[in-house]
Design a protein around this ligand. Structure first.
Ligand SMILES: Nc1ncnc2c1ncn2[C@@H]1O[C@H](COP(=O)(O)OP(=O)(O)OP(=O)(O)O)[C@@H](O)[C@H]1O
Ligand SMILES: [Mg+2]
Length: 278
């Protein structure tokens, strides 16, 4: 539970992040993501409830700062420092293997640039790699890709995936944009209005919430609606939305001679939209 000036902003927030997972923390603007992340990283104090990060209370806890890295949308560092100064400063605190990281992630070309001269994508890449200096068990990131173009987002998530696979780092990443996060996360926690509305392994959450919803685009819409009558079809833009097993539904349309132009299962984005409107 967390209130600001008597107004509750986190109310029913209970969730677990599995070790070794890449967990997406998804919710619309104002849902409480940043507040939750600040509490998890020990920057903000909860009002009540139990918070455990790597089995410890993160508030005022230097051991957690040692084992957890936090990334925000922007690089929180004096803009006139060079990348090299920034990384060296961090390295002098945490004694990591900076040279290997510079080599592994091809940072040499950026070392002499000032923080203010980096593009948003470069800055986030540097921030992500800098997060590794302390050899953390967990990296918590609050909308790390918010300012990035689609290509830079994919690159960012490629590095996340690599760090997760190679180094076993657990990730907890907030976002309100799901499409690219969907490809990298193994688990998801949905927050809306200060409450957790769903959580779990990504496939489970998808299937629990909307298992059987399918969107179909056909050439002859009226005919398809007639064929699928028993499934109570509805319209979603140009698509017909039905609940049922995909194979069975396509077969029925095939048998009736209805040409199917496109089929898709409802995406996590749709699930999210639905949850956000509750
Ligand atoms: N320091 C504060 N004082 C008062 N209210 C605050 C404070 N910080 C956050 N809030 C309120 O708490 C609610 C949750 O904010 P929070 O920043 O956690 O949302 P968020 O999910 O991170 O949203 P966004 O996607 O826009 O970043 C909002 O209504 C916000 O106005
Ligand atoms: Mg936020």
């Amino acid at each position: 539970m967390k209130s600001f000036k008597g107004r509750p902003v986190l109310n029913d927030v209970t969730f677990v992040v599995k070790k070794g997972s890449i967990t997406g923390f998804i919710g619309p603007n104002g849902a409480g993501k940043t507040t939750t992340i600040k509490i998890l990283s020990g920057l903000l104090r909860k009002d009540s409830g139990v918070v455990r990060v790597l089995d410890e209370d993160p508030w005022d806890n230097p051991r957690i700062k040692q084992k957890v890295s936090v990334i925000f949308t922007k690089l929180p560092y004096p803009p006139n420092d060079t990348v090299e100064e920034y990384l060296n400063d961090l390295n002098s605190v945490f004694h990591g293997d900076l040279q290997s990281l510079i080599k592994e992630f091809n940072l040499r070309e950026h070392l002499r640039k000032r923080i203010s001269q980096l593009s948003s994508g470069q800055a986030q890449k540097i921030q992500l790699i800098a997060a590794l200096i302390k050899n953390p068990e967990l990296i918590i990131a609050d909308e790390p890709t918010a300012n990035l173009d689609p290509k830079a987002r994919l690159e960012f998530y490629d590095i996340v995936r690599e760090m997760n696979r190679k180094m076993g780092v657990t990730f907890f990443i907030s976002s309100h944009i799901l499409s690219e996060l969907e490809r990298v996360i193994t688990h998801v926690v949905f927050i809306n209005n200060g409450q957790i509305v769903a959580q779990g392994e990504i496939n489970d959450v998808e299937s629990k919430l909307d298992s059987s919803e399918i969107l179909i685009l056909v050439r002859e819409k009226e005919k398809a609606l007639e064929v699928l009558k028993e499934f109570n079809p509805t319209l979603d833009g140009a698509y017909i939305k039905v609940s049922g097993r995909m194979r069975e539904i396509i077969d029925l349309l095939d048998d009736a001679g209805v040409e199917v132009l496109n089929v898709r299962k409802t995406s996590l984005d749709d699930v999210f939209k639905k949850l956000s409107s509750i």
